[in-house]
Write a protein that binds this ligand. Structure first.
Ligand code: FAD
Length: 276
């Protein structure tokens, strides 16, 4: 067993990150990846740093601390633009996983099936990274670059996600398809945020997960919805061509063709759901 570090302050954690050390938050991805073998690397447990936990409102939007758990997110008083992220949080494993698993852990693990990623993309979330050299912020879409790959540098810690305030009243929703209803890895999932003004779509942000190495926004579909009446027919505007950015694969959970069909159905249902 290597060193186990559990600092109480961010500075101490960033100092620890100046040497090779693996970050540990809720451990719900970390430990399953090490079943049957001893943990030999040095570990930096960040759950003792109070400043990394919790959700607060800022002038520009909302600050989601890195170690905020899915349960804390579900219980937080947040406006309807967060409904999609909360619906995703309720689908991350069972209650025990939601109590331990963190928002930043989900994005740093960078699984194509990470349920938090599509709703955070639809929220236009930015990732804040800190190191001994300072901090930087970048869009979530630029942070995850491939299967289990992010642009996090050695020495950096994800400290928060930032969600901007929508310009107008916004609705959002998330839907996931798995082989059974609960406790399941997604075959496909999608999330939408629709900003509405005077009964029409003023802006839309739509993301699909588990249908490409990294969850993807669908910019052509987002543009096609602008100006449309915000009613039950909204989903009729979706054309298969809008899903062109996706590149689903065949695997044990579903074929590429099935995933593509599922994504289309999920999106139509989502738009019906938000406009209901
Ligand atoms: C039974 C079970 C069911 C699950 N079901 C789902 C599901 O339905 N949907 C889903 O999306 N996920 C699911 N998961 C995966 C997991 O629960 C989530 O991805 C969770 O959000 C991970 O958070 P964590 O805090 O536990 O991460 P950890 O396991 O602590 O860390 C995950 C990775 O991120 C890194 N990391 C963590 N925090 C930071 C940080 N702040 N800065 C830099 N690097 C960091 C770690 O080094 C590690 O590589 C499931 C897991 C289990 C065991």
């Amino acid at each position: 067993m290597g060193d186990y570090l559990r600092p109480r302050g961010l500075e101490e954690a960033l100092q620890a990150l100046t040497r090779p050390v693996t970050v540990l938050a809720g451990g719900t991805d970390f430990y399953p990846a090490r079943v049957g073998r001893a943990v030999t690397e040095d570990v930096l447990d960040i759950t003792g740093i109070a400043g990394l936990r919790g959700i607060s409102e800022t002038e520009a939007g909302w600050h989601l601390g890195a170690t905020t758990s899915w349960s804390e997110l579900i219980e937080a008083p947040l406006p309807p633009v967060f409904d999609g992220l909360k619906q995703a949080a309720r689908e991350v494993g069972g209650r025990q996983i939601q109590n331990s698993g963190t928002i930043a852990g989900n994005i740093c693990n960078a699984s194509p099936a990470a349920d938090g990623v599509p709703p955070l993309l639809a929220l236009d979330a930015e990732v804040e990274l800190a190191s001994r050299d300072g901090t930087r912020r970048l869009p979530l879409a630029s942070f995850i670059t491939g299967v289990r790959q992010t642009v996090r540098r050695p020495g950096e810690l994800v400290v928060a996600l930032h969600v901007p305030r929508p310009r107008t009243g916004a609705r959002s929703a998330f839907l996931k398809l798995g082989a059974r209803r609960y406790l399941v890895i997604s075959i496909a999932m999608a999330s939408v945020v629709v900003e509405v003004a005077e009964g029409k779509v003023a802006a839309a942000r739509i993301a699909v997960g588990a249908c490409s190495p990294v969850a993807r926004r669908l910019p052509d579909l987002e543009r096609a919805l602008i100006g449309a009446a915000f009613d039950a027919q909204l989903g009729d505007r979706i054309e298969p061509v809008h899903l062109a950015p996706l590149s689903p694969i065949d695997d044990i959970r579903g074929s590429a063709a099935y995933r593509g069909d599922a994504a289309l159905v999920l999106l139509r249902r989502l738009l019906a759901k938000v406009s209901a």
